[in-house]
Design a protein around this ligand. Structure first.
Ligand code: NAG
Ligand code: NAG
Length: 221
């Protein structure tokens, strides 16, 4: 039978705190590089508590205090926030190749066959092959033109629907209409089927993917 053992419990707590302190002071800067200024993180949650309900506004306020290149720890993920055109140009233009890879998130591992998908794969030869494939097979002018009818038809239907609502003085839920439009168009473009009976199911998958994508994610390495 187990009984509560106070000394053992205290040793356990001290061990946990010790590991945390050790990690914090040894691992925080994995390459020995200094991070840009930013808010002091708390244990475990980092600076997540500062984001609030409107993260974009919270980050804007923080950047006024810490500068347009700011570091912020979200949980255990160290992030850099850029909030001026010059900072963005520095990263996305001058140092593009250094920051082209995406973080290896758990969600990408499970959703895209172990990070093989176009959006999350590492910058390198596989990425270049994918980009070439997409540019030639999906986004070429001829391919885009070939599916123009689908978009024309679906946009026409949506406009008719809005017109119908306005005749009847009904409120239009644009979120719902836009998401249906995008869902049906994408479904028809991808699967080429006349009936999009499956598009509701397809949209549910898209929504589910979206909701896990925007949750807080751990790195899988
Ligand atoms: C695509 O359509 C546009 C406008 O209709 C046309 O100007 C262009 O030549 C077409 N391109 C190809 C590759 O079919
Ligand atoms: C509009 O549609 C979206 C998605 O279906 C829904 O989440 C939202 O609550 C709707 N808004 C109103 C005002 O009904």
């Amino acid at each position: 039978m187990y009984s509560f053992n106070l000394p053992l419990f205290l040793i356990f707590i001290i061990l946990i705190v010790g590991i945390w302190l050790w990690k914090r002071y040894t691992n925080e800067r994995p390459h020995g590089n200094k991070l840009p200024p930013g808010p002091k993180p708390l244990p475990v949650i980092g600076s997540l508590h500062l984001l609030g309900k409107l993260p974009h506004r919270a980050l804007h306020k923080l950047s006024k205090k810490h500068g347009s290149i700011m570091s912020i720890r979200l949980g255990n993920v160290e992030s850099i926030v850029l909030s001026s055109p010059d900072a963005a140009k520095l990263f996305l233009g001058d140092h593009d190749a250094d920051v082209s890879s995406r973080p290896k998130l758990q969600v990408a591992k499970y959703l895209s066959y172990g990070i093989k998908g176009m959006a999350y794969t590492e910058y390198g030869s596989h990425w270049r092959a994918l980009r070439k494939l997409c540019a030639m097979e999906f986004f070429s002018c001829a391919k885009i033109n070939a599916t123009a009818d689908i978009r024309r038809e679906e946009i026409g239907k949506t406009l008719d629907e809005i017109r119908g609502c306005s005749m009847k003085n009904e409120v239009v839920n644009l979120t719902e209409m836009a998401s249906k439009l995008i869902g049906r168009t994408t479904f028809k473009t991808l699967f080429g089927r006349k009936d999009y009976g499956g598009s509701t199911e397809f949209m549910k998958v898209v929504h589910d993917v979206g909701s896990v994508l925007f949750k807080h994610n751990g790195k899988h390495e």
